[in-house]
Design a protein around this ligand. Structure first.
Ligand code: SAM
Length: 259
């Protein structure tokens, strides 16, 4: 972590996103995806942005590039896809080659907090990334600046209920080094950054449904018993935390109306 509490590349690469663990997650989420709902959910959310072909989108924290690939190949968008983790970017380069990546995707190792763009993007899309970032005000101000006027911000993220949390959940959040917010906190943060919020939704029920389908998929995987057991217990714990209520999942759509 850096001195402000944000995840750094070494923290991610040696911790949650080793090359092996990324590929284990990918087995469950589907090729080139490491976020809830995999490709089908990404497809729905990209449609929700309602961008025009040839528009330029930033995928902030692109992971293995599955969403970026879909944006370019199905929706005709130009995509800057960035991620802080070296392991993610290295694997994403392979995935985009394997998927015959359109030339309209630029993949780069970069920190969301360091984006130095002004009025560049028609849309910013981010899936389950901001939990790694402590400096939320700075984050949304950087993203606001990077969007063109009328540009849209769409993101999902792991969220939380207001404290107090039970001990299991507090320990999980601390061990992962996450910085979770409630859906209401996120709404306030994006408004403070100058966005008009179109929707701020608690989609925890959908998160549980996705996770249950993913748990079923684990049983069908060709993987070692050790890997399957590890994934199974991860997914069961995640479903349990969401059912108990402290872990929430939020979806946000906002628009930049002024400079
Ligand atoms: C749960 S994964 C989701 C990846 C991808 N969005 C997807 O849907 O498959 C979270 C990603 O956020 C990236 N990340 C964390 N902090 C970041 C930062 N400050 N800037 C860019 N990427 C970051 C991680 O490296 C990781 O790839």
């Amino acid at each position: 972590m850096d001195r402000n509490g944000n995840a750094t590349a070494p923290f991610l690469d040696a911790g949650q996103y080793t090359a092996d663990s990324i590929q284990d997650y990918e087995l469950v989420y589907g090729k080139a995806f490491v976020s809830p709902g995999g490709k089908a959910c990404a497809d729905d959310l990209i449609q929700k942005m309602a961008l025009a072909a040839d528009d330029l989108v930033l995928d902030a924290g692109c992971g293995l590039g599955g969403s970026a690939f879909l944006m370019a190949s199905k929706f005709g968008l130009r995509v800057d896809a960035i991620d802080l983790s070296e392991n993610m970017i290295a694997l994403a380069q392979n995935r985009l080659r394997e998927l015959d990546c359109p030339k309209t995707i630029q993949l780069k190792q970069e920190d969301c907090l360091q984006i130095d763009a002004e009025q560049k993007y028609n849309g910013i899309y981010s899936r389950d990334v901001f939990l790694h970032i402590a400096e939320k005000q700075k984050l949304f101000s950087v993203l606001h600046r990077a969007l063109k006027v009328t540009g849209k911000l769409l993101f999902t993220d792991y969220c939380c209920s207001p404290p107090p949390w039970d001990e299991t959940f507090s320990t999980y959040v601390e061990n992962r080094g996450y910085h979770l917010r409630t859906v209401a906190d996120y709404r306030a943060l994006i408004e403070q950054a100058g966005f008009q919020v179109i929707e701020a939704l608690d989609r925890t029920e959908d998160f549980i449904n996705f996770s249950e389908q993913e748990l079923d998929r684990i049983e069908t995987l060709t993987a070692t018993p050790f890997v399957k057991q590890h994934l199974r217990s991860d997914w069961r714990a995640k479903i349990h935390r969401a059912r108990e209520g402290n872990q929430r999942w939020g979806q946000f759509l906002a628009i930049k109306n002024t400079q």
